[in-house]
Design a protein. Structure first.
Length: 236
């Protein structure tokens, strides 16, 4: 008996959608791309996808796609948050029992998507350790996260050893807001006092940072460099 291949309906094939589509395809998923831009659809077709030009405000266009395929998931990866919100509301009214995943770029949009009925939300600037820990149970979700994290060449991970006498030496994780103060995400750390174990910094984890610990930070290259400079300058 032939193994069933999960079919995924992907809205959007630009900044994020194209990367997500190609990664999912490489991992054995059958991806159907829809978009409201003809050039984008032509590009998707040239790259080997079944792709359809649709009017997002025309429910009939969407219904025709839903009838033709039996989708296991729907991804909303349009460039604009308001389009992803609109699609979610539309999909919930047309097919209430399907899992919807959406990207977003703001906390405000995240709340609106939750209210609209999105099962999983991937914030493109806050793919925190909490999110990754939660999504590890779902291969579809983790593939999408990996695409978002590596989408922009200006975004990078860094392993940073805490210098002795720096402003990080001896403080609790809760005492520094990496996102607000430095536009960085602290994913976790390797604690030298606990057999070099890696600790995910998720909500509720308030670990003490000591010199010699290795921090795993995520953010834009410029912000990382600024942070490294301030850390070195703070050594007493």
């Amino acid at each position: 008996m032939q193994e069933k291949i999960d079919k995924i309906l992907l809205f959007g094939y630009k900044k994020y959608g194209s990367k997500i589509a190609n990664n999912l395809k490489q991992n054995g998923y059958f991806v159907i791309v829809v978009d409201n831009d003809k050039d984008t659809i032509d590009k998707a077709i040239k790259q080997g996808f079944d792709a359809y030009l649709i009017d997002l405000e025309n429910d009939e266009d969407i219904v025709n796609i839903l009838v033709k395929y039996d989708f296991s998931h729907i991804f909303c990866a349009m460039d604009k948050d308001e389009e992803n919100i609109y699609i979610t509301i539309t999909m919930r009214s047309l097919q209430n029992n399907i899992d919807i995943v959406s990207i977003c770029e703001s906390k405000d949009s995240e709340k609106k998507l939750e209210l609209a009925g999105v099962k999983s939300i991937l914030n493109t600037m806050e793919a925190t350790a909490q999110s990754i820990y939660h999504f590890l149970k779902s291969p579809v979700m983790i593939e999408a996260i990996e695409n978002i994290l590596y989408l922009n060449s200006d975004i990078d991970f860094i392993e940073l050893k805490v210098p002795k006498g720096s402003f990080l030496d001896g403080i609790l994780v809760s005492e520094i807001n990496f996102k607000k103060q430095y536009n960085l995400i602290l994913m976790g750390l390797v604690d030298m006092e606990f057999d070099n174990n890696f600790i995910f910094i998720t909500k509720g984890v308030n670990h003490k940072i000591d010199f010699g610990d290795i921090l795993l930070l995520f953010g834009f290259e410029h912000d990382i460099e600024v942070f490294k400079k301030k850390l070195i300058e703070s050594i007493s």
